[in-house]
Ligand binder design. Structure first.
Ligand code: NI
Length: 177
């Protein structure tokens, strides 16, 4: 089922979401299906449960170049990540453009850790433990931030690189994430 996506300003996006306690439940499977339906409908590359008003620590992300429009980005595996943790592998940071389905029509340059290790579980409780770099690392950090009530504009350091997508990238078709 496709849900409406909450937009920045809605206080539900600022909550610290609660952990998922039971894996493999019908409720969890239906939440995962709803997240994917909603993300695909909005042409996003990632979505966190709080963005559809669900106060739980679960995010989904992933895309391939064939079904999305990130010409310069490597594909990111389709992932369901429950109760995630992230740690940077070193001090290296990179600046990159981000958008968000909860901040429609806008883009901003956000500093993120270049290399991270992230851990969590899929919806069946199977552990996930990965090292990610570049755009993959960026997406995971963006999505997990949603679980702690952080939206990407709150991470921007230089607001001269923040604005409406149509003004920043005239003539380009861009999707939000
Ligand atoms: Ni977002």
């Amino acid at each position: 089922m496709i849900h409406p996506i909450l937009r920045m300003g809605d206080p539900r996006l600022l909550r610290v979401a609660r952990p998922i306690e039971r894996f493999g439940s019908d409720e969890l499977h239906s939440l995962v299906a709803d997240l994917f339906d909603t993300m695909h409908d909005a042409h996003g590359a990632g979505l966190a449960a709080p963005q559809i008003g669900v106060d739980r620590r679960i995010v989904i992300f992933g895309f391939s170049p064939t079904d999305q429009r990130y010409p310069d980005a490597d594909p990111v595996p389709r992932t369901v990540l429950v109760n995630p943790t992230i740690e940077p592998l070193d001090d290296a940071e990179a600046d990159g453009w981000e958008g968000c389905l909860s901040v429609p029509g806008m883009r901003g340059v956000v500093p993120r850790s270049e290399r991270v290790r992230y851990r969590g579980f899929d919806q069946y409780g199977v552990p996930i433990d990965r090292v990610a770099t570049g755009f993959h690392a960026r997406i995971v950090q963006h999505e997990v931030d949603h679980l702690d009530g952080i939206l990407y504009p709150m991470r921007i350091r230089d607001f001269s690189n923040f604005g409406f997508t149509e003004e920043l990238f005239p003539g380009e078709e861009m999707v939000d994430d």
